[in-house]
Design a protein around this ligand. Sequence first.
Ligand code: SIN
Length: 348
Amino acid sequence: MPNPKIVILGTGGTIAGEAAESTQGVGYRAGQISVQGLIAAVPDLPRIAAGCTGAVLDAVQLAQVDSKDMDWRVWRTLLKATAQALDDADIQALVITHGTDTLEETAWLLQVVLQPGKPVVLTCAMRPATSLQADGPQNLRDAVAVAAAGRCGVWVAAAGEVHAARQVLKAHPYRLNAMHSYEGGPCAYVEEGRVRWVVTPATACSAWPQADLQALLGRGELPWVEVLQSGAVQSARAVNALVAAGVQGLVVAGTGNATVHQQLLQALLQARERGVMVWCTTRCLEGQAVGQSIDRGGPAADDVGETCLMDEINVQLCKAADAQALDCVLLAPSKARVAMMLQLARNS
Ligand code: SIN
């Protein structure tokens, strides 16, 4: 690489947040400080970026949003910028500053669609830049260290930990170490600017073909997919209302092993008959739904129950012969929703 660069893309979030008082850790405005301002707060960032390749830093402000309001317009801009950077021979790695609230979804989107062959490291903060306890500068420094370390894939660097896009979830509304990898823990730790990997991530799938990526980027909006949770005292009303309103996909955050309340189940089966894509994952914070029909060879004709719903979903996903789609049953609901929007976009 003749002129290696690490590019920092700013999208907003608490890391760029400003409060009226330095003691204020809530009630501030996210997405106020420029990406150049974030860089300026870390004195030795150029040295960390230089690592052993001599990479220099560059920065681009792509958006300035509170990530609770993340939308397709910003996602599309980010996807485009990331895809271009992955194709640019001078760019060694990317760092993306982002809010914590939907970071797990953005990380998953970039991983699924682009399967980056370079490091793409998202980072964030739980306190605004003006706080006495601002965690953004250290997180940015750690993210640049992870970017310079050269391991390809989408990572999240926060609170000294490095999480894989597949596992990371926001697990706490306030703590500085809010980002969490369930089961197996973080993939690495960043200590004094050095990255210590403890997990070898699963082998990557392939990126979307160029034609599919261009078709996705050309879309005015993503298909409409909602997450519904199954629990005690459930009715069919939410499903029926969504179907009547034209929803295209439903992800059910099911109980336990991706089971659903019988009141909800009938409505979901009817929704599927009307062409709505339905997937069921688990609302459990740890583990993943264990599919049944993959080994049993499909549902019995008279078995119309929740097992059947799981069976049908699994058979459908197996038929798709798409490892990423099959994996969706095993994803947390927030990421299954992203995966379904992408799947529907690709099918249409
Ligand atoms: C946001 O997600 O943009 C605000 C909250 C945060 O970054 O922690």
